[in-house]
Design a protein around this ligand. Sequence first.
Ligand code: UDP
Length: 240
Amino acid sequence: MSVPSYKRILLKLSGEVLMGEQQFGIDTDYVARLAQEVKDARDSGLQICLVIGGGNIFRGMAGAAKGMDRAQADYMGMLATVMNALAMQNALEQLGVPTRVQSAVQMDQVCEPVIRRRAERHLEKDRIVIFAAGVGAPYFTTDSGAALRAAEMRCDALLKGTSVDGVYDADPKKDSAAKRYETVDYDTVLADNLKVMDASAVALCRDNNIPIVVFSIREQGNLAKVLSGEGTQTIVKKDA
Ligand code: UDP
């Protein structure tokens, strides 16, 4: 595979990877390990925007399933993503990486609001920008937030670091014959309802021609491998 020539990426980490081996919450040692991988990528000259999910703390759908008002539960989920963003900011800054958090839900005492031009300036100054609170509205996910920020920050790719090593044609946990795609096009993902990201996020990437690289961040060193074109991954793109 040819080496990707990304200059600016958006890295989306699902909240559950921050749990490490725990069942809930934030494993600070594991977050430190993730931060080191992010730092290594940034030290190689990449500009990095980060989006972190909140599923390790709270998901709106889970609250709604237990009878909560969905929008109320989603706002709680958004706050969970802010906590994760602050945990990652702390871990990155302990490694000496200047980092700014911008939240789509304004929280002046805690972090900046999302201001695209300011985020640009941070990247120019070699800072990592963590975008928190998704798109800032209920009924969305941080995948949609990641696709939105990748588009507005003109990222070359959206890297989705998660617990699985790519996109399969069936659930690999249930079907031993499930096959992992090397590449797959956006429309196949949408038509076959493949589990990559929610449909609105995939459509936004398709419409803006942003490749989505799905890989496992649980394997140590995998981010660097994926960035050098060697890792195990699936690339969702046009004309795959
Ligand atoms: N959320 C939301 N709007 C957004 C982003 C997130 O309402 O734009 C809420 C939603 O309840 C979601 C929760 O925040 O379940 C955590 O985000 P997500 O489920 O995307 O986290 P991940 O699965 O990536 O850990």
